[in-house]
Design a protein around this ligand. Structure first.
Ligand code: B12
Ligand code: SF4
Ligand code: SF4
Length: 365
């Protein structure tokens, strides 16, 4: 009987890198699993209550910083980067400055990245198993409780910037991360060094002052959290500063000097769908629930549901210049709206009636 060849870690890593390239990943990196300093930062962040209504962040506790608790036997993490910058989309600054249009974060203009990344990572692991034989692994994308940015930094993919996103020297920060947790003793990459230097551009650029100190994000103030993760009413004091951002927010990354090195997404699933790069607020607000379901299926936006989507657009309409069309759009949805949405519609209408609905979006951004 022939014996399988002995496991060669360096050869396995080369095979993994070759498969990753073929599958369209922009970069992969391998790291050990211990991240004690990041665990301390995570615990302080949770103690400060910065996670807001994201109860799962507290529930998962230190599992997030100890991948071996999530997948027993894990000794290495393979982090993968997939660039999403939609180069053909309408210019972000132009959309942010268009008071009657809605701004949707650049990462959500195409198909839901969770599915795209998960499928590709699962294939990557299977292709390696076909080369070297079965091994233990678990694929994670975003929803799995691991500190993805810290692990990817240790695998050489970039550093955590003051805005708290991972930045690569040669690709900026417009990319997603996903991981394969594995029991294979793959050779580690060098952790990436930090290059924010004296720059602090992202901190004052945040419309809601959510970056309370370098590397510290109070998610409760972050527009990304407010429009996607927060389930209840949006705090009144933050609504005006949200401007026309109806799903996610990119301001801290738009001002980051390292994003001049960003690369356009090559994955076809990240192409803009349904004109989401420059939608009209009044048109979006006129969508029925059935139209939302039909048009947003397959998009990350689908996950927030029609009610939160409507809540977000009501806030943006409250921040739009007063016009008959804006007031009619708000009034038209008021009667059939849920209590949550109706409260946001009433807030928006009260701004138009008091003359406050003439926010200059450029200065709010
Ligand atoms: C919860 C979450 C959010 C929350 C909280 C964000 C946050 N900074 O934690 C909200 C909803 C606000 C959010 C927003 C966004 N998110 Co998000 N999010 C996550 C998620 C699920 C967990 C992040 C986490 O663990 N946070 C816990 C806190 C403690 O971590 P942290 O703030 O990053 O803090 C670290 C450092 O800053 C440092 N640190 C913390 N405090 C201190 C203090 C000092 C003194 C020092 C020195 C260091 C330090 O240590 C910490 C641990 O490494 C990850 C996926 C994952 N599983 O990791 C995606 C993820 C981070 N998000 C992602 C994206 C794309 C976004 C948005 C850009 C989406 C958008 N356009 O709207 C925004 C960006 C907002 C921002 N400025 O960060 C990507 C980031 C990719 C990248 N290039 O970095 C991820 C990795 C998802 C993915 N799989 O691609 N997100
Ligand atoms: S995503 Fe927007 S709201 Fe959140 S920290 Fe960045 S600039 Fe601030
Ligand atoms: S804007 Fe400046 S401080 Fe902020 S993440 Fe980018 S380089 Fe770092």
């Amino acid at each position: 009987m022939t014996q399988p060849p002995p496991f060669d870690p360096a050869a396995a890593k080369r095979q993994l890198e070759a498969h990753a390239r073929e599958l369209g990943f922009d970069r992969i990196g391998v790291a050990r699993i211990d991240i004690p300093e990041d665990e301390q930062h995570l615990l302080h962040w949770l103690d400060a209550g910065f996670h807001g209504e994201m109860d799962y962040m507290r529930r998962h506790g230190t599992m997030r910083s100890r991948p071996q608790e999530l997948a027993p036997g894990t000794i290495r993490v393979v982090s993968a980067r997939l660039d999403y910058w939609p180069a053909a989309a309408r210019d972000a600054a132009a959309v942010l400055g268009d008071a009657e249009g809605g701004y949707i974060s650049r990462y959500a203009l195409g198909r839901d990245y969770h599915k795209v990344l998960h499928r590709a990572l699962a294939r990557l692991a299977k292709e390696l198993a076909a080369d070297i034989g079965p091994f233990g692994y678990r694929v994670c994308v975003d929803s799995a409780p691991v500190l993805e940015k810290a692990l990817a930094r240790n695998g050489g993919l970039g550093w955590i910037g003051k805005h708290t996103n991972l930045i690569s020297r040669d690709a900026g920060s417009w990319f997603f991360l996903g991981e394969i947790l594995t029991d294979l003793p793959l050779p580690e990459d060098e952790p990436a060094s930090a290059h924010c230097g004296t720059c602090t551009a992202c901190i004052p650029a945040c419309p809601t002052a959510a970056i309370v100190a370098p590397y510290r994000l109070d998610a409760r103030r972050c527009i990304s959290y407010l429009t996607i993760e927060h389930h209840s009413a949006i705090p009144h004091e933050l609504r005006a500063a949200m401007g026309n951002r109806i799903y996610g927010c990119d301001d801290c990354q738009l001002v980051c000097p390292w994003n001049k090195f960003a690369r356009a997404a090559s994955h076809p699933d990240f192409k803009v769908r349904h004109g989401l790069d420059a939608p009209r607020l009044t048109e979006l607000f006129a969508w029925t629930e059935a139209q939302f379901e039909e048009r947003m299926r397959g998009s990350a936006i689908y996950r927030i549901g029609y009610e939160k989507w409507s809540r977000n657009i009501a806030v943006a309409l409250g921040n739009a210049p007063t016009s008959e069309a804006v007031v009619a759009a708000l009034e038209g949805r008021r009667l059939g709206a849920s209590e949550l949405v109706r409260e946001h519609i009433d807030w928006a209408l009260s701004r138009h009636r008091s003359g406050a609905g003439t926010v200059d979006l450029q200065s709010a951004s």
